[in-house]
Write a protein that binds this ligand. Structure first.
Ligand code: NDP
Length: 328
């Protein structure tokens, strides 16, 4: 089911207080949108620059425990890695029967790292967009598409409240797809673990092949993505379509692209994605990541160092400087 503006409004939250816990990427944008939509919004954040920012932006901002206690609906917008600890320490003791806890990511509920009291509604409103753009779209009269799910309906109102949140952040102006927590988790993690690595591997492979063939590395990198031509092509794919946007390219380019696509064997990529998806679905990835986060020198840190010190990234960084491509 897909919900649009005509299917939902913020009415179910009339008279309610919505707490946004975590005034970060998503928190700041979602809070501002909901306030503009007429909802009563308070912020919960630890005492630091972010809480000050919330106050400067005109919100009442409290410690997370207090914001939770004041609210009927709580949006839990701290990073997934810290949610279990923050939940146990500050959120759980302050949630009352009939409150609603709304996530923007299915991860911790899917894997059981956050287990919520049965008297509390548990829902998901997950924009498919980075926080800054969630706000920009709203200000432009549009909205970020989102996924919505209900994990527990304790009050009988969980879905209408989640839809009201989606309307408040502007997502129903675009489209809100109803799904479940597990599906959101699977597709989100497979973007990260399946799709992005395939893009990155293609960039690395091209770099390696053109290096062997004597193409200057900065030329390869500008051609690949540093010139932003690729980013513009993806923009056009998102607004016109993968094939339709080809009209913007020469016929030589179109023929070359489609010929290459025909020649490419996708089965190894399918197999790679099936393996990743299996580890996501079995919980093997989540378990490994939980252990890694507790490690001294985690595998994440080691892998980052390995790629930061690669010829590819070193060339990329010098090219960014040499061509003045960094954003101020
Ligand atoms: P951020 O990294 O922007 O962090 C949000 C807030 O969490 C910050 O205000 C930060 O506070 C606070 N925080 C971080 N660590 C702690 C801690 N140990 N204790 C207390 N507060 C802490 O998060 P995002 O906005 O990126 O993500 C929030 C949720 O939204 C996640 O569930 C994420 O999966 C989901 N999401 C994110 C998207 C994105 O584009 N980023 C897209 C869709 C969903 P302080 O500023 O004080 O450090």
């Amino acid at each position: 089911t897909v919900y649009h503006e005509t299917d939902a409004s913020t009415d179910p939250l009339d008279g309610d207080t919505v707490a946004v816990l975590g005034y970060g990427n998503q928190g700041r944008s979602q809070a501002s949108n909901m306030r503009d939509a007429g909802l009563e919004v308070v912020i919960g954040n630890r005492a630091d620059d972010s809480r000050e920012q919330a106050r400067e932006d005109g919100f009442d901002a409290y410690p997370m425990a207090e914001a939770t206690a004041r609210a009927d609906v709580v949006l839990f917008l701290v990073p997934d890695e810290v949610q279990p600890e923050v939940y146990e320490r500050t959120v759980e003791p302050n949630l009352g029967p009939g409150d609603a806890l709304v996530f923007a990511s299915g991860y911790n509920v899917t894997y059981g790292y956050v287990e919520v009291d049965p008297a509390v509604d548990v829902a998901l409103v997950a924009p498919r967009m980075i926080g800054a753009v969630v706000r920009e779209l709203y200000e432009a009269g549009r909205g970020a598409p989102a996924l919505l799910a209900v994990h527990r309906d304790a009050t009988g109102e969980a879905k209408s409240r989640a839809l009201a949140v989606a309307a408040g952040i502007g997502s129903t102006r675009s489209g809100v797809v109803e799904t479940d927590f597990e599906t959101e988790t699977r597709t989100d993690l497979l973007s990260e673990q399946g799709l992005f690595p395939v893009f990155a591997a293609a960039l690395l492979a091209r770099f390696e092949v053109e290096s062997e063939a004597g193409v200057p590395p900065e030329v390869t990198l500008l051609e690949s993505y540093l010139s932003r031509e690729m980013a513009h092509i993806f923009e056009k794919c998102a607004t016109e379509g993968l094939v339709a946007q080809m009209d913007l390219h020469s016929r030589t380019s179109q023929y070359g692209q489609l010929l290459g696509l025909e020649a490419f064997d996708r089965e190894p990529i399918r197999e790679f994605m099936r393996e990743r998806l299996a580890a996501i679905e079995s919980g093997e990835f989540a378990e490994e990541w939980t252990q890694e986060q507790a490690a001294e020198d985690s595998r994440l840190d080691r892998l980052r160092r390995q790629y930061e010190n690669s010829a590819f990234v070193e060339t990329e960084q010098t090219t960014l400087d040499a061509f003045g491509l960094r954003e101020e």
